[in-house]
Design a protein around this ligand. Structure first.
Ligand code: FES
Length: 373
């Protein structure tokens, strides 16, 4: 144990030695043993996994907690608007959730913001139990909203609820890099006290005169500071004129993003969106529920799944714990092999017949299928 302590401490002190030392250690110790002992000695060093220590916590509005994290050196640099999967052990069970990067990266740290969801296992655990100094495991960052920033002279940002975290990160990172902001943010919340990053966004409006923020709240007691109305053709009409051929970014619940897509995808120069949950496909009537058998080739089990639930939900209900992250069809961590049968991706409507790769979180069975699980 003493020898292991000295190895871990030497890796902490001289991280640049990591690849060479890890190569030498490979013959002596497994990756999981190394990670285990590093954690035992209080280090976030790991062979390949990304661990991050909580540096600070701060509330943003009434229900959102921003967590500043210092990841280990395995973390790749993040792009604006990306997300990470966060793994938390709750009552002995490893739970994964996807959270957007929020505050701009600083000094090797990244920030995520977590809104407390009613009944949300992970969000409530994080709000109630996470402390400075705790360690979380992260995935590498993912997400492609940043693509819309390239060569976009004007930008329209649409955010609803916790969709503001990724949108704020897109905006604030541009400002941090010294780029001029041109465009506006329209931001919806259900209650006034939920608005996040208020001071920061107002400060950006001051320092970037060609950027403005309009906040919407339909709660009865909202003041003149807030507009009312949902994202509709009437509300959006002036935006469609102002942002013809501009880059439009939308982030929020699936209904909000679906409405934004209908309004802007044909008029914008580029439409970039991420929704929190797989949408009911636009224009699709809810089909009659049917049940199929999913055969799991590795475990030899067969489970019944409804045509109206995702394969991931069905597997979890049956007691399986397939790897997953975002549950939105973005991160790809739930992808697994389908050997036979037919499934359908609910995001894009694509049907997979026979063998291929299926994203469990956004796919449903259209027939009996076989999965490599
Ligand atoms: S969990 Fe992220 S794509 Fe399925």
């Amino acid at each position: 144990m003493k020898a292991m302590a000295s190895v871990v401490s030497s890796l902490n002190s001289f991280p640049e030695r990591m690849p060479r030392v890890a190569g030498m250690l490979g013959a002596l110790i497994s990756e999981s043993q190394f990670d285990f002992w590093a954690r035992e000695f209080g280090s976030i060093t790991a062979w390949r996994r990304v661990f991050a220590r909580v540096q600070s916590l701060r509330m943003e509005g009434a229900e959102t907690l921003s967590i500043e994290l210092r990841p280990n050196r395995n973390f790749q640099s993040a792009e604006p608007g990306q997300h990470v999967n966060v793994s938390v052990e709750i009552d002995g069970r490893l739970c994964n959730r996807s959270y957007s990067l929020s505050r701009p990266a600083e000094g090797g740290c990244v920030s995520i913001s977590v809104r407390r969801e009613p009944g949300g296992l992970v969000s409530n655990y994080i709000h109630d139990h996470l402390r400075v100094g705790d360690v979380l495991e992260l995935s590498q960052p993912y997400g492609e909203l940043v693509e819309g920033l390239a060569g976009a002279p004007t930008q329209l940002f649409l955010a609803a609820g916790s969709g503001i975290t990724a949108i704020y990160n897109l905006i604030a990172e541009q400002a941090r890099r010294g780029e001029a902001l041109r465009g506006e943010l329209w931001y919806w919340e259900k209650q006034v006290e939920r608005f996040c990053f208020t001071e920061e966004l107002d400060a950006l409006c001051q320092t970037h005169p060609q950027f403005s923020v309009r906040r919407f709240c339909n709660a009865g007691d909202s003041s003149s500071l807030y507009s009312t109305g949902r994202l509709s053709p009437e509300v959006a009409a002036p935006l469609c004129e102002r942002y013809l051929n501009a880059s439009v970014f939308a982030c929020g619940g699936s209904a909000f993003v679906g409405a934004a897509r209908e309004l802007f995808s044909d008029v914008a120069g580029g439409f970039y969106a991420e929704a929190f949950s797989p949408p009911q496909r636009l224009g699709e009537a809810v089909a009659e529920e049917r049940f199929f058998e999913v055969s799991l080739t590795r475990s030899g089990q067969t489970i019944a799944v409804s045509s109206q639930q995702s394969l991931l939900d069905a597997l979890e209900e049956a007691g399986h714990q397939p790897p997953h992250g975002c549950r939105m069809g973005i991160c790809n961590s739930c992808s697994c092999g389908q050997r036979s049968g037919e499934s359908q991706n609910q995001l894009n409507g694509e049907q997979l017949r026979g063998a291929g790769s299926v994203r469990l979180c956004v796919s449903r069975a259209n027939s009996n299928i076989e999965l490599d699980i």
